[in-house]
Design a protein around this ligand. Structure first.
Ligand SMILES: Nc1nc2c(ncn2[C@@H]2O[C@H](COP(=O)(O)OP(=O)(O)O)[C@@H](O)[C@H]2O)c(=O)[nH]1
Ligand SMILES: [Mg+2]
Length: 455
């Protein structure tokens, strides 16, 4: 497989300004030379220097497109193999012809992710970095992309290597103690415990970061809630900048819930509009309210709307109290109308939750609202904090943590080295699985099948 020279279109399917076909493998240049002819006959193809020319159909003996060819000699390439990139117009007809002619001239059409797979198999990147490549391509927010970019650079791999090295060092100390039981060579169980616990701490932070990673990838969910007719659907629509939810002057218009994504700066949010939270006798509305309550309780944050053009009622206080344990932003809506609500009193009641006056209908303070939403609900990430974005990674990290905890328990309970060393030793192959140092075909297939062809 690695012996083949592979070819694929690397740009998205469809029409575009530019299209790129890539080749990787030892026949890259000789295959490319059959299809590409330099503009100046006899011009030399220099390493990493784009050369202008025409694409040649060697079957029909005709030129069919203008193109730039760049040759990247191994080993300092994406795949560590010889590579060629041909860029031309982004025309599916041209690009497919190019791949067809290339395949007939001795290359093979690449499988999804095969270029990156080669980078992995040839040892340029590990599996964590390969996953990061795909994460960048499929990033749902800028913030997530920046995390993946760091991991592509090896930040997570380095952290795992450092944990692994500490454990290996520890294992050799324990083993030396077993083999030469004189006092001098023995490491105290207190010191062993300290190293195990420090590894536990690092691994545990990684496991815990998965929730944040998931939120960053899937969006921070914000439930828009409040009584009927306070303007929830109006706010939902104005934040989305489209008329997604039905708005009427009649209470109980929204019965099902609606979910839409918006992005604010580098993060994405999933906004949920739902039925008003009060008692109803209508069975459909009742079900809507029930679901709404559940969604609001599961959301990362709540925008609680009050109608400031009406006097506050005891129902309003009940709602505010109900969400006290959640991150809420209290919004006084309809401030374009004469104010009837005693907002100062309600604000006191809502303390310490932040509040804001808005008009969802007229768009008053909408920009301020977006800023507040961002400040309040986007989690802060420390500069050097690693975020786990994959369930695969999280599951292996949990196994590592389990072994470390078991080791810790055995040490604390006073078991001999021979017993707990076995538990700690388990961590090493697990880290190997995580970084891909230990190759498992089913996992590799699973990871690279999620890639695009041409990457
Ligand atoms: N004057 C005014 N009316 C609003 C505002 N927001 C919503 N409304 C009106 O209030 C009524 C109910 O709005 P809607 O969004 O359906 O409320 P929901 O039941 O909470 O979803 C509609 O007639 C809206 O036009 C606002 O900021 N100012
Ligand atoms: Mg509504």
């Amino acid at each position: 497989m690695l012996e083949d020279t592979i070819i694929a279109i690397s740009t998205p399917i469809g029409h575009g300004g530019l299209g790129i076909v890539r080749l990787s493998g030892k026949r890259s240049l000789s295959v490319a030379k059959r299809i590409f002819k330099p503009l100046k006959s006899g011009a030399k193809i220099l390493p990493r220097r784009p050369l202008l020319g025409n694409l040649y159909n060697y079957e029909q003996k005709e030129y069919f497109e203008e193109a730039l060819l760049t040759h990247f000699p191994k080993p300092h390439t994406y795949t560590r193999e010889d590579m060629v990139e041909i860029s031309c117009h982004g025309s599916p007809v041209i690009l497919e012809q190019l791949v067809r002619l290339g395949s007939k001239a001795g290359a093979r059409h690449a499988d999804p992710g095969e270029f990156t797979l080669r980078a992995y198999l040839r040892g340029r990147i590990d599996i964590l970095q390969a996953e990061a490549v795909n994460d960048i391509i499929h990033a749902t927010s800028y913030k997530q992309a920046t995390i993946s970019f760091k991991q592509l650079g090896g930040s997570l791999s380095k952290q795992m290597t450092s944990i692994r090295n500490k454990i290996i060092h520890l294992l050799s100390q324990i083993e030396a103690g077993i083999e030469f039981p004189e006092e001098r060579l023995r490491t105290s169980s207190q010191r062993i415990l300290k190293t195990v616990e420090s590894a536990m701490y690092s691994v545990n932070s990684l496991v815990e970061s998965y929730n944040l990673g998931k939120t960053l990838a899937e969006g921070i969910t914000l439930a828009i809630t409040g009584k009927a007719n306070v303007g929830k659907s109006t706010l939902f629509n104005s934040l989305l900048k489209k008329n997604r939810a039905i708005v009427t002057p009649h209470p109980g218009t929204t019965r099902d819930y609606l979910r839409e994504k918006i992005s604010l700066k580098d993060s994405i949010f999933t906004l949920i509009d739902m039925a008003g939270l009060e008692t109803s006798t209508h069975p459909v509305e009742k079900e809507g309210i029930k679901r709404g309550k559940k969604i609001a309780s599961q959301a990362d944050g709540v925008l609680l709307l009050l109608d400031a053009s009406r006097k506050e009622t005891s129902e309003d206080s009940v709602l505010i109290k109900k969400f006290k344990n959640k991150k809420i932003l209290l919004l006084f809506n309809k401030i374009d109308l004469p104010l009837k609500m005693n907002t100062e009193r309600v604000k006191k009641l809502a303390q310490p939750n932040p509040t804001l006056e808005i008009s969802a209908l007229k768009g008053t303070n909408l920009r301020k609202l977006k800023e507040k939403i961002y400040k309040l609900f986007v989690p802060t990430i420390e500069q050097d904090e690693e975020i786990i974005l994959h369930l695969r990674q999280k599951l292996i990290l949990e196994e590592i943590l389990d072994s470390l905890i078991e080791g810790q328990n055995l040490i604390k309970e006073g078991y001999p080295e021979e017993i707990y060393v076995e538990e700690i030793r388990k961590v090493i192959p697990l880290i190997g699985q995580l970084t891909g140092e230990i190759r498992a075909d089913d996992i590799i297939n699973d990871i690279f099948n999620r890639f695009c062809v041409g990457k």
